[in-house]
Write a protein that binds this ligand. Structure first.
Ligand code: ASP
Length: 832
């Protein structure tokens, strides 16, 4: 029994590949042997469900298929039953070319029938089972904890569930079971674990899912090493279940050491460490090169890159993200020509440290005269903030280079697993924007005993009993020894700027519990999805989660989230403010449109479409910004609100990426947009430098050949918008002119279908753009991103929608944007 995977009709003989969970078997319908069955088989189509009875026969030598386990036999059918038929499918489980991801997610049940998905889901099952068995054998109990609970601070936004019986009150879905597992220690279950769903409302990260699965555990009385043993044991079992042997104990490294050697707290040990080559240069040489003498000079070695062309060397610069004034010398040859002696010493030192070969790429990252001065609150740390900035800039570049040249160094081989424990993190991180200390892990993490006395006097120097387990540059999980004394917990809340009253109102129950004989305890949580993803060799979490969500947190199959009936809202005492159409409805955008425009027309329309969609995003941005600002109703919400605005900072840069997508054939407009966003960002979010310190990248891109190449391509008359339009049309998308009559008749209407089409179009272009954008941006951004915002159409009325008006320019939007912003801006409208 099974599905018709494929059917080949050779006239007298029909072959069917019959598929079930275990694989494929060839079944044969032979006219000469059984004409009636053969006739019935003629009706078979892809994905029909059938039962076939017959004789298993060894295949003739020349028809043996060595590629499948059942390739030596076939079933000669004597009786056929068609258990169910199937409509023609949007794509086939047997297709060798993958359908686009939107389709795969919408028809997930078909997608899951594919071999690769069956394999991944089975792997997930085996891995989870192995972990359960292993933890049970180590004496851990699996104990469930509630999903409807109250907020636990893990640094993200909560998903809320309204209470009907207590209108106006909300449960939060747990970001992790952190407090429950600590309470379980207080309750005497001294070894707890749970393979558990966690919920975090975070935006636009390709490797995040709003709900994900943790292997969560906690135990009483452990030293960190005891927790590590437990983890190493269950990871060994998990990897074994997937056919891999791993070595324990894992390597261990201090956070400071990780930063110094790798510039990141999750080092990929498959790649060589840094070498500090400051002492290879004479002081006046450093001066001549404009290098800050008091800071490290980091040599990054990327193996086996070989000779680079001029253009390739130029392409390195945009990979560099400068923090705290760090600079890059991507062309070591130039240093070699100018300072041969120093360069020779550098090569020697790197060779001694990390075995440099002649064809390795050397790049230097250094501090500049403008680097951070160390009167910073963390200035006394072993690794000072100024050094940290250089290490961190070099760390990111090291990874980017390794990714770019992975074909050459071939160090990213499947099955090469380098585990690592990173330990002794700083307890607090200084938030530059808020000028205060924040918990680096979560606020229940215990400081080192010997650092306790510095909690109030010198928080910068307090180390946490926290640890991360890292695999090949990916953080698999993190944990800590917890605070088990009420007085210490109160001191930590205090150090984090919480008043006694606030601490009591948020965590009163927990502070009280700590007072009734709490044993010392500690634990950890690891991401199951990530582990399975790595074991499956997949490049997205969505490949190992049966029913995942998109980057816009949508379930395309169930079409969730959805609006709900007014009655239901009334019962909950909830009123929805503003636009309620949510996102778009994919099923609608996929319907074929009857009136198909001609290709030239398509070209022109595309420009208008994208112009408007970009403008719409500017407006949507303002709208979201205002909504989040306007939510400032309660002090408790303040932090969430700030986080929203912060995320909007990201959104702003993302909007620019979108401009890259929709305007790549008008590059100067793209760059104008980026510049505008950088300037606006600096003004509005001056504390989040990372998002806006991009002028240099922009300048680099402006000078790069790719930019001019694309312009030239367009000027040669290549109709890129036409190409996009055609593909949009093939997909069955609608064009703006379709809606013009409605728009003209009623300027202020917000036709829902048009919103949907716009959003669909926008995502579509955003996914297409990868083929055209300049190289430095290409590798950086997720392949599929989409936006959970609705488009405020009343504003669109202000933009030209007439075809005869030619192609509207970005300028128009920016003007419109400026025109609208002042009186909508919170400062001006007095809502702030
Ligand atoms: N609850 C923490 C997290 O989700 C893990 C832990 O500290 O055990 O990251």
């Amino acid at each position: 029994m099974g599905w018709v995977n494929r059917r080949r009709d050779l006239g007298q003989i029909i072959f069917v590949d019959l598929r079930d969970r275990t694989g494929i078997t060839q079944v044969v319908f032979n006219y000469e042997l059984n004409a009636a069955v053969h006739e019935k088989a003629e009706a078979l189509r892809n994905e029909f469900v059938i039962a076939a009875i017959g004789k298993v026969k060894r295949r003739d030598a020349d028809t043996i298929n060595p590629n499948i386990p059942t390739g030596e036999v076939e079933l000669v059918v004597e009786e056929l039953r068609i258990l169910n038929v199937s409509k023609p499918l949007p794509f086939l489980p047997s297709d060798t070319v993958l359908a686009n991801e939107e389709m795969r997610l919408k028809y997930r049940y078909i997608d899951l029938r594919r071999d690769a998905m069956q394999f991944n889901i089975e792997l997930r099952h085996k891995v989870a089972l192995a972990i359960r068995d292993n933890l049970a054998s180590q004496g851990f109990f699996e104990i469930e904890t509630p999903f409807m609970t109250r907020s636990t601070p893990e640094g993200a936004r909560d998903y809320l569930v309204p209470s009907r019986v207590q209108p106006g009150m909300f449960y939060a879905l747990p970001q992790s079971p952190q407090l429950f597992k600590q309470i379980l220690m207080i309750s005497g279950f001294d070894k707890y674990f749970q393979i558990v769903r966690c919920f975090r409302d975070e935006d636009l990260r390709a490797d995040r899912q709003p709900e994900f699965t943790q292997i969560d555990l906690e135990m009483s009385y452990p030293q960190p090493e005891r927790v590590w043993e437990v983890v190493e044991s269950f990871l060994t079992a998990a990897f074994k279940a997937a056919g891999h042997q791993i070595k324990t104990p894992f390597q261990r490294m201090d956070f400071d050491e990780a930063m110094r050697q790798y510039g990141i707290d999750k080092p990929d040990l498959r790649l060589p460490a840094f070498t500090d080559v400051a002492d290879c240069f004479a002081p006046d040489e450093l001066d001549q090169l404009g290098i800050n003498k008091d800071l490290p000079v980091i040599a990054i070695r990327t193996p086996k890159v070989g000779e680079l062309s001029r253009k390739e060397r130029d392409d390195i610069k945009p990979l560099f993200v400068s923090k705290g004034g760090a600079r890059v010398f991507e062309d070591f040859k130039r240093i070699e020509t100018k300072f041969p002696e120093a360069a020779a010493k550098v090569r020697e030192k790197v060779r001694a440290n990390a075995g440099v070969a002649d064809d390795d790429l050397l790049v230097l990252v250094v501090g500049s005269k403008q680097s951070i001065r160390d009167d910073h609150p963390a200035g006394k740390r072993k690794v000072t903030p100024a050094e940290m900035a250089i290490y961190a800039s070099a760390g990111l570049l090291r990874v980017a280079l390794a990714q770019k040249y992975s074909d050459r160094h071939k160090l990213f081989q499947k099955g090469d697993y380098r585990f690592l424990w990173v330990t002794n993190f700083p307890m607090f991180e200084y938030d530059e924007g808020e000028k205060r200390w924040m918990a680096a892990h979560h606020p229940f993490t215990s400081p080192h005993d010997e650092d306790m006395d510095k909690l109030e006097t010198d928080p910068a120097m307090v180390r946490a009993l926290a640890y991360d387990v890292v695999l090949n540059g990916t953080e698999l999980g993190s944990g800590s020894i917890r605070i088990h004394r009420q007085d210490v917990q109160s001191r930590i809340f205090h150090a984090l700027g919480m008043t006694e009253e606030e601490a009591r109102s948020r965590f009163g129950f927990f502070l009280e519990a700590l007072e009734y004989g709490t044993p010392p305890h500690g634990g950890i949580a690891l991401g199951l999805d990530r582990i399975v993803m790595i074991l499956a060799g997949a490049d997205s979490l969505r490949e190992v989660i049966p029913f995942p969500k998109t980057a816009a947190a949508k379930d395309l199959m169930m079409e969730a989230p959805t609006p709900v009936a007014d009655g239901q809202l009334r019962e909950l005492g909830i009123r929805v403010i503003g636009d309620r159409s949510g996102g778009r409805d994919v099923s609608k955008s996929q319907k074929r449109m009857p009136d198909v425009p001609t290709p030239d027309f398509v070209g022109a329309m595309c420009e208008i479409w994208s112009t408007i969609s970009s403008a719409a995003y500017h407006f949507a941005y303002v709208k979201v910004y205002l909504q989040t600002r306007a939510m400032q109703t309660h002090v408790d919400d303040l932090r969430l609100d700030e986080q929203d605005v912060r995320n909007q900072g990201q959104t702003d840069v993302i909007i620019c990426r979108s401009h890259l997508a929709s305007f790549f054939w008008e590059l100067h407009h793209v760059f104008e947009a980026i510049e505008a966003a950088i300037n606006r960002g600096k003004k509005e979010h001056s504390d989040i430098q990372t998002f806006y310190g991009r002028e240099r990248q922009l300048a680099a891109v402006l000078q790069s050949r790719t930019a001019t190449d694309i312009e030239a391509y367009r000027n040669e008359g290549h109709n890129i918008p036409g190409i996009i339009g055609q593909r949009w049309q093939e997909k069955g998308g609608k064009f703006l002119y379709h809606f013009l009559p409605t728009l003209r008749e009623n300027q202020s209407s917000e036709p829902a279908e048009m919103t949907q089409q716009l959003q669909a179009y926008f995502e579509f272009v955003a996914n297409l753009w990868l083929a055209f954008v300049p190289e430095p941006y290409k590798s950086k951004f997720p392949r599929d991103f989409s936006f959970p915002v609705t488009v405020p159409f009343s504003y669109i009325g202000e933009l030209p929608v007439e075809l005869e008006g030619g192609v509207p320019q970005l300028q128009v939007q920016l003007e419109a944007f400026d025109r609208i912003t002042p009186d909508l801006h919170p400062d001006a409208s007095g809502t702030d």
